[in-house]
Design a binder for this molecule. Structure first.
Ligand code: ZN
Length: 241
């Protein structure tokens, strides 16, 4: 972002995208920006009192996009260690990778990361809320992935004709639609998935009559542990037995 070049006429997909860009700029340059105007059709970002810097974006007519209309990029202020417009959802998105890698990452570690990366001071309470926002986002993504299992099975069968794919779900008695209600009165819950690819079936016929069983556990953010049994045939081992 240090090299980000503001250009009048640049189009942003949404107001949020423009605000995110302003936020990233404020963080990278350590400027105390604020919104002098912020409504559904225009946003004006300004710097602290006495500094002439400003950016003005407006919504395009009959479109969802926003456009940077005018600006003054000159700063006469000094850099700051605090950025007032920084908010938890932006910080949460920034920390997302780290939180995904280690959901129990310490608040202090994230505070230090902000200090090292941007030379900025962020409060522990803001970092705590940001970590929670990142976790909520990650958990939501995991839940969404369950909705794609049916598509995954279809794709397995399409790209591997002759394979066996069986998906088992638990449906409530009144489940009629493929949409789960948040109240869980009407639900469809994943139970298990069996996959045997056609290539594995064919190669199985060529193996010796020795069957090995193996399995593994997967921990998900939902706290569900899955066991995945796998069937293996080792001709070399069979020879030794
Ligand atoms: Zn300034």
């Amino acid at each position: 972002m240090n090299s980000y070049k503001w250009e009048v006429g640049t189009v942003f997909a949404s107001r949020e995208e423009f605000k995110d860009t302003v936020m990233s700029y404020a963080v990278q340059t350590r400027r105390k920006l604020k919104y002098a105007k912020l409504d559904l059709v225009r946003v004006r970002a300004a710097c602290q009192s006495g500094c002439p810097f400003w950016l003005y974006a407006a919504k395009m007519k009959e479109e969802a996009t926003w456009q940077l209309r005018s600006m003054n990029l000159k700063h006469t202020c000094g850099q700051s260690h605090r950025v007032g417009i920084m908010h938890t959802s932006w910080l949460g998105r920034t920390f997302k990778k780290k939180v995904e890698h280690n959901p129990r990452v310490k608040i202090k570690e994230l505070v230090n990361k902000a200090q090292r990366k941007w030379n900025l001071t962020v409060t522990t309470s803001m970092v705590a809320r940001s970590r929670q926002a990142a976790l909520d986002d990650i958990h939501g993504e995991y839940r969404k992935q369950y909705k794609r299992i049916g598509d995954y099975c279809y794709e397995l069968l399409r790209s591997n004709p002759g394979s066996s794919v069986t998906l088992k779900v638990q449906r409530s008695p009144d489940f009629e639609h493929e949409q789960q209600h948040s109240s869980l009165n009407n639900y469809c819950i994943f139970q298990r998935l069996y996959v045997c690819l056609d290539a594995c079936k064919k190669s199985f016929l060529q193996c010796r009559k020795f069957i090995g069983l193996d399995g593994c556990f997967l921990k998900t953010p939902q706290g569900v542990h899955h066991q995945l049994p796998r069937r293996r045939v080792h001709p070399a081992q069979a020879n030794q037995l």
